[in-house]
Ligand binder design. Structure first.
Ligand code: ADP
Length: 191
């Protein structure tokens, strides 16, 4: 079993690299952003609450997202026998602590955190381009700047948190998608 977190700023390529990791390692993908967007599309109560935060570039409250994550984990036990890749979660220290408890209760743990490192100006460019191509509502320059600020304040401290546990693996996130994936692969294969 292999449980990993794909970590990085908005626009760092977490979704793109997750797809390749899933294919190669048969992991179950949990993207909290995808779960929230799916709820918004279906017009659920959760979707209605989440939309306000997402459109402002803010994080959805910890209690809410932690409950959702626990639910997704329990609903997909059968699909996650090879392990899970967490994408977009945790995003705060309380979320990381909750994840540790949730996994411990289920007799497992995080093996590694793959941190995609990309310079700030490149991130904004990528997000704006993605918004033009996909029409994703929070991918515009203004919201992207807010999300990056939220990332620096609330999410980036997780790097030190996982470094202290010896789990953080820094990956240079600029270059060809396949080259970045090869680096991730050699990191995961050496675990
Ligand atoms: P990106 O990594 O490009 O910001 P995501 O799809 O991971 O995109 O997240 C989109 C938005 O969904 C975030 O800006 C945030 O509002 C909300 N969100 C996703 N995951 C979480 C989380 N773990 N905690 C709080 N909010 C979240």
């Amino acid at each position: 079993m292999l449980n990993i977190i794909i970590f990085g700023a908005p626009g760092s390529g977490k979704g793109t690299q997750s797809d390749k990791i899933i294919e190669n390692y048969r992991l179950f993908h949990i993207s909290t952003g995808d779960v929230l967007r799916d709820n918004i599309r279906r017009g659920t109560d959760l979707g209605k609450t989440a939309k306000g935060y997402i459109d402002q570039g803010q994080l959805v409250p910890d209690e809410l997202i932690i409950d959702i994550l626990a639910q997704v984990l329990d609903e997909n036990k059968d699909k996650a026998t090879e392990g899970v890749i967490f994408d977009g979660f945790p995003r705060t220290i309380p979320q990381a602590e909750a994840l540790e408890r949730l996994l411990a209760d289920r007799g497992t743990h995080i093996d590694a955190v793959v941190g995609l490192e990309v310079p700030e100006d490149e991130l904004i460019q990528r997000i704006v381009l993605r918004g033009q191509e996909s029409g994703r509502a929070d991918d515009n320059a203004e919201t992207a700047r807010k999300r990056l600020e939220v990332y620096h304040n609330q999410t980036s401290p997780l790097k030190a948190y996982y470094e202290e546990q010896g789990k953080y693996r820094a990956i240079q996130g600029v270059g060809e998608i396949d080259d970045i994936f090869e680096t991730i692969k050699s990191t995961l294969d050496s675990l």
